[in-house]
Design a protein around this ligand. Structure first.
Ligand code: SF4
Length: 383
């Protein structure tokens, strides 16, 4: 079996090239061809020695994911459903804004955490994605978008690991994927613009702070343990106090000086003034003494029948936000994007739950072959 080069970060590719008797600078050239130019055909990599190209044809390949479907929202959001084999599919969503292009990608087919308000959680867990399958979502989307928008410049400026799956439960595949996103010879994204979202896998948060500290978002969703035990079952293993201590430790290494807490607003469940006051108390108890250490992102819930939950009415969300804001806590209410294509948060499993539909699409699918695009020149690293 030949190696899929999307599975390697630059160090991994250098080790692979070393096995082929090639120097590290060849790995760098190869890495740039693949990630910056979107090239998968070794014959097109014209500045590589012919002998290396011949070796690569024997020992390696560059395999992306095949697209089962694409949905374009009226607001510019694009959602892709990718086939990952054995009747499994994962989704990635591109969200364009005036000053950025964000890609939300998946780390697992399904998810084992089983949050009550999340349609992916209700689907159950199928398997971890490989590094190559995580990176392939970005690889495909970036080069598709450049062709689609007819631009040689980078389109995706931010990546959020907020699609299907708990990224920190797929740690060994996640870290090389993050390193590829950050690498100047890969996508050159700033650490501040790559966000891992976790439901609170405390030991892995500590490891991530050492191995690849990118921005961190934590799915909090409740201000006390009994409620969080119910909404985010992982809380029974890593309760809130332990989670917030881990957040504070992460901050010592994080590229941003705050953690984002995601809070899905569920009508009558976690959205009362008392819940907001409990959150204020929690934030104060865990303050570092260095000013703002967290921000809240209140997320309108996207109801789906199996959840038995409802979206909080807008005035309730505003009243909740006001209590946090009055206490000096930076709070935003997430705009819903891509509602018309079920691309909003928590809806990513919408197409995937029904395996029959996935299998029908697999039967109908066409593989999309990427063409090379102009070399990447823009560097979007921000201060
Ligand atoms: S919210 Fe995240 S961690 Fe929870 S079930 Fe959904 S994908 Fe898994």
């Amino acid at each position: 079996m030949t190696a899929n080069l999307l599975d390697f970060d630059l160090d991994g590719l250098a080790a692979f090239c070393d096995q082929l008797g090639e120097k590290r600078f060849r790995a760098t050239q190869l890495f740039r061809w693949i990630h910056q130019r979107g090239e998968s055909n070794f014959d097109q990599m014209t500045d590589l020695a012919k002998s290396l190209r011949e070796k690569l044809k024997v020992h390696a390949h560059v395999a992306g994911l095949s697209v089962l479907s694409r949905h374009d929202s009226a607001d510019g959001t694009i959602k892709w459903l990718f086939n990952v084999g054995d009747g499994n599919a994962v989704e990635a969503v591109f969200i364009p804004e005036d000053d950025r292009g964000t890609l939300c990608i998946s780390s697992q087919a399904g998810c084992a955490v089983g949050c009550r308000f999340c349609s992916t959680g209700h689907q159950g867990f199928s398997r971890n994605l490989s590094t190559g399958e995580i990176v392939a979502q970005l690889w495909f989307a970036e080069h598709f978008l450049r062709r689609h928008l007819n631009t040689p410049d980078r389109v995706i400026s931010n990546v959020v690991m907020m699609g299907m799956g708990e990224p920190l439960q797929n740690y060994s595949a996640l870290v090389p994927a993050l390193k590829t996103m950050l690498d100047d010879h890969g996508y050159g994204l700033s650490r501040r613009r790559v966000t891992v979202s976790t439901s609170g896998v405390v030991p892995m948060m500590q490891r991530l702070s050492q191995d690849c500290p990118v921005a961190l978002a934590v799915s909090l969703h409740a201000p006390n343990d009994p409620l969080r035990d119910n909404l985010v079952p992982l809380n029974r293993k890593y309760p809130i106090a332990e989670l917030l201590d881990a957040c504070n430790q992460y901050l010592e290494f994080a590229p941003r000086d705050f953690i984002t807490f995601e809070y899905c607003m569920l009508d009558g469940v976690n959205d009362t003034p008392e819940h907001a006051q409990q959150l204020v108390k929690l934030v104060r108890q865990h303050a570092t003494g260095k000013g703002v250490w967290c921000k809240f992102n209140l997320i309108p819930f996207n109801p789906f029948p199996a959840s038995g939950l409802l979206r909080s009415p807008a005035p309730q969300v505003q009243a909740f936000a006001k209590i946090l804001l009055d206490a000096g806590i930076v709070t935003t209410v997430r705009k819903t994007r891509g509602d018309d294509i079920d691309a909003a948060c928590g809806q990513l499993a919408g197409d995937v739950r029904d395996r029959t539909r996935v299998n029908e699409r697999i039967a109908q699918q066409r593989t999309i072959v990427l063409k090379p695009v102009t070399d990447l020149t823009a560097n979007n690293k921000e201060a």
